[in-house]
Design a protein around this ligand. Sequence first.
Ligand SMILES: [Zn+2]
Length: 252
Amino acid sequence: MVKDLTQEIVSYRLREEILQKQENIKKKMKTEIHQLSLGACNCYLIKEDGLILIDGGSPNQGKRFLKELRSLSLEPKDISLLILTHGHWDHFGSANEIKELSGCKLAINQHEKDWVEQALKPLPPGTTLWGKILGTMLKISMPFVKLPKTSVDLVLEDNEFPLEPYGIRGNVLYTPGHSSGSMSVLLDTGEAFVGDLAMSGFPKLIGKGMPIFAEDVQAVKASWHLILNRGARWIYPAHGSPFKADVLKNQL
Ligand SMILES: [Zn+2]
């Protein structure tokens, strides 16, 4: 009888332990994705075991960044890495402020390091008539946009960069086309944060897919192939709302 009772207690404890372990695994597996609208650009916070930010928004968005973080009950200092999908003005305009506020490291592809560090303002050609018109308008207004020079901490090469050391299950992939150093963050769960490799909202006026500006349209499509082959299921663009990756598949 005593033996039976002891066995029961042991199996109860074992069951409790297993349940606790399962709960811990579940907690660890949780992925939070938060969109921050910092000016003209959607930036994305990814929280798993670590916290990273994708893109740094238009200039002068520091206050907005803090406000949005507070509303999520997140601390700027918990961000370990800010990844720029590319070095255009609307993606790194507030990167300097964000670095100062959070103490995070800044990563960009090797081809566009100078754009950020020297605050350059390259504009890719339009892929549509509207893109060409808007490009001309931007060329006129660009000299009036003040961009801070921002130091880069991590210069990524064109090979894959794992995010596991930053507590995120995913990789940074080299996905040129919109610009020569464009990169995407692909989570193991299939969410792809593509910067301007695809658009689904302003400045794109109609539809989802091809960005209205691109240095190389064929390279854009090759990069779509890459992220699809690597398991992208959802596309999170810097301009517009997230959409299913099948949309890109149908345009190849
Ligand atoms: Zn861009």
